[in-house]
Write a new protein. Structure first.
Lengths: 377, 327
């Protein structure tokens, strides 16, 4: 009876996913075959994400079983509510956010290697977390908040520097000729990001040097490795809300994100206020990433892998590709988290498994496992 | 002949004609000026008036005191050797470079326009579009609606129909769902031209649109450009539904002007009603290929390109010009 219900909800989710895909495609403009081809991966990955969620709720050091939960076993219910649900929620949302933000960064910078941590968000967050571990009263909430502030601060400095410097467009040509167009070129943002990133790394190094190697240094290292351990329901609402708002903004601005991938002069003549729009979109994407990694610690590769896998599956960059990047990110992180808490006797860093799961799949797609069609970023 | 015709557009006649017969060309030649000079009666048709424009990068001044005008329904060609300031001129008109002198677009100084107004009135077609990520051809065309769309607004159904009409006009209808990056260079340029059609701006700026194209595509692009600026966009002459949308959505710009930098003087002589010759940032001559005398044009072109011969072939009551190197 209950399983039947669950299946029904699954089906409903499917349908809504499918509808979404149909809406985002342009029904009258493209051939049906192309539309079906693009809807199928969305459909499948939504199903996969739901399955991963179900497994994630049940698997772990203390295995849960649906029968016992339904029978009202108090211990099982407590574990489900206080540990598994927040953890699964964070894995799904976090993975989705990292995947979608990765798509945005790669598109805006027109660089297939661009990742959310490129402009300093993760190193800033790490430095922030280390600061809290050393100097603030020991509480998980303080570490999270400090990491969030550190990530935003680093990106704020990077974008501010890039705007102030203006004009360097990354092609080794100085543009000093116009005050009006002194918006930050994507080249200067990347360079400023790299500078801030190394600054934050230095700060982190200094903090580590002053840390007590027995306890503080270990917790700094452990934080940086990233884990979904110790997430409780009380800690995440604020970050989930920030993340959701940022994501909503990115999805709404999708058309502008695509326009930003065009040459700057061309985009400007298409009516895009390039400098301001790029700043806004990068800030939204940073907000999304910072809100996730301040809770989980640094999680590598999802932001890089998920968008590439999504693009290899859909072969374009439309809204459904952004959605698919998110869904794939969610799957990757949820699956990696399941492995992280079940693979060994002690909990392992989740980043080990995100790349262990994602990289082979990406290689498979690149090697032509998906029909060997041509791939362009 | 055609190249130097003054087209008398009023929004009224245009509208009447389109409604009466969508298959007819919506421009009406009323007077053919004998000389190519800027007759006072043609003053109202001037779309872009550039007077003593100087511009450059940083301290260096590349363009010096350039003056010319671009008229509606006419392709104005910018000719000159590499480094003479053709692209600089286009960039100044796009307001990407600071300039001195005056540029009036439809009677308004360029500086007074907001970026959004500028984007609505000027359509810029780069040498090669900077689209670097996969997207369907339709989406590329739909980008052309961005200047008229709100920030979060999506293209409407009518706009999508219009985009399909534009793709039909350039002959890419069957590629609508295909990835833009998989198109050939010629098809890419046609696709960008379709985007320009839906943009419906009054001034088109093209930066060497022919540079990476083969022979048939060069002529196809220039023919299409001629159609577009005469308001004759051939998507009008197709089907009933498309037509309806076109008629309803057509803005009241009676015709457009195009300013095109070209590498190939032969192509310029064939399609441009007016040629602005640049050398070292100075405008050396303004030619009207349809009416100017061969010797004058030969002298002017020789000054820019080095010694050349200009020959004319008479056919069907018109003349075609052929440019050859000096024997």
């Amino acid at each position: 009876m209950r399983t039947e219900q669950r299946q029904n909800t699954k089906q409903n989710m499917h349908l809504s996913q499918q509808n979404q895909a149909n809406l985002s495609a342009h029904p009258e403009c493209c051939p049906d075959s192309a539309m079906q081809r693009s809807a199928a991966p969305l459909y499948l990955s939504a199903l996969l994400l739901l399955t991963a969620c179900a497994v994630s709720l049940l698997a772990g050091k203390y295995p849960l079983s649906p029968e016992k939960i339904l029978a009202g076993n108090a211990m099982q219910l407590r574990v489900l509510l206080t540990l598994r649900i927040p953890r699964t929620l964070m894995a799904v949302l976090g993975g989705f956010a990292l995947g979608a933000a990765g798509f945005v960064f790669q598109t805006v910078f027109r660089n297939p290697l661009a990742a959310p941590d490129m402009i300093g968000v993760s190193s800033g967050a790490s430095a922030g977390a280390a600061f809290a571990i050393l100097f603030l009263p020991a509480s998980a909430a303080a570490v999270t908040l400090s990491a969030f502030a550190g990530g935003l601060l680093a990106v704020g400095i990077a974008l501010g520097l890039a705007s102030a410097a203006g004009g360097y467009d990354g092609r080794l040509r100085l543009r000093r000729y116009s005050r009006r167009t002194a918006s930050a070129g994507s080249g200067s943002i990347v360079l400023a990001g790299i500078a801030v990133h190394s600054l934050a790394q230095t700060v982190l190094m200094v903090l580590k040097l002053t840390a007590d190697p027995e306890r503080q240094l270990a917790s700094i290292e452990y934080w940086i490795m990233g884990s979904l351990n110790a997430i409780t329901l009380g800690r995440i609402p604020f970050y989930c809300a920030v993340c959701a708002i940022g994501l909503a903004g990115l999805f709404l601005l999708h058309r502008q994100i695509i326009l930003l991938s065009v040459d700057e002069a061309e985009a400007r003549m298409l009516g895009v206020p390039v400098g301001r729009m790029r700043l806004l979109i990068l800030l939204l994407a940073t907000l999304v990433v910072a809100s996730v990694i301040s809770v989980t610690g640094v999680i590598s590769f999802i932001g890089l892998l998920a968008p590439h896998i999504a693009r290899l599956l859909t072969r374009d960059n439309r809204l459904h590709t952004l959605t698919l990047s998110g869904l794939l990110g969610g799957i990757l992180l949820t699956a990696a988290d399941i492995l992280a808490r079940t693979a060994a006797a002690s909990e392992l860093p989740v980043s080990i498994f995100t790349s262990l799961l994602g990289a082979p799949f990406l290689l498979y797609l690149i090697m032509g496992g998906n029909g060997g069609e041509r791939h362009d970023c | 002949m055609t190249a130097d015709t003054d087209w008398n557009f009023t929004s009224d006649t245009l509208h009447r004609q389109t409604t009466a017969s969508p298959f007819r060309i919506n421009y009406s030649p009323t007077q053919v000026s004998a000389s190519g000079s800027d007759a006072t009666s043609a003053e109202s048709h001037v779309c872009l008036q550039v007077s003593s424009l100087s511009a450059g990068y940083g301290q260096s001044r590349i363009l010096k005191d350039v003056s010319f005008c671009a008229k509606q329904g006419e392709i104005t060609g910018l000719l000159g050797p590499n480094g003479c300031g053709k692209t600089t001129l286009l960039r100044a008109l796009c307001r990407q470079l600071p300039f001195t002198g005056s540029c009036c677009l439809n009677g308004r100084p360029l500086e007074q326009l907001t970026s959004r107004q500028l984007a609505r009135q000027i359509s810029y077609i780069p040498q090669r579009s900077g689209i670097a990520i996969s997207m369907p051809v339709t989406d590329v065309v739909l980008m052309g609606f961005n200047p008229v769309l709100g920030l979060l607004e999506q293209p409407s159904r009518a706009q999508k129909v219009k985009a399909r009409g534009a793709l039909h006009a350039v002959g890419l209808e069957s590629y609508a769902g295909q990835d833009y990056l998989t198109l050939s260079e010629g098809q890419k340029q046609l696709c960008i031209l379709a985007r320009t059609i839906v943009e419906d701006a009054s001034l088109l700026l093209l930066d060497e649109p022919e540079s990476s194209l083969d022979f048939p595509h060069r002529h196809r692009i220039m023919e299409l450009l001629t159609e577009i600026i005469r308001g004759q966009d051939s998507s009008c002459a197709d089907g009933n539904q498309l037509n309806e949308v076109h008629r309803n959505q057509r803005t009241l710009f009676p015709g457009k002007a195009a300013l095109v930098t070209l590498h190939d003087p032969q192509l310029a002589l064939e399609y441009c009603g007016r040629l602005v010759l640049l050398k070292d940032g100075v405008c050396t001559a303004i030619l009207h290929p349809a009416t100017d005398s061969l010797t004058d044009m030969e002298a002017a072109l020789s000054e820019v390109y080095g010694p050349v011969r200009l020959r004319a072939i008479e056919e069907n009551g018109g003349r075609s010009l052929i440019l050859l190197p000096r024997a």
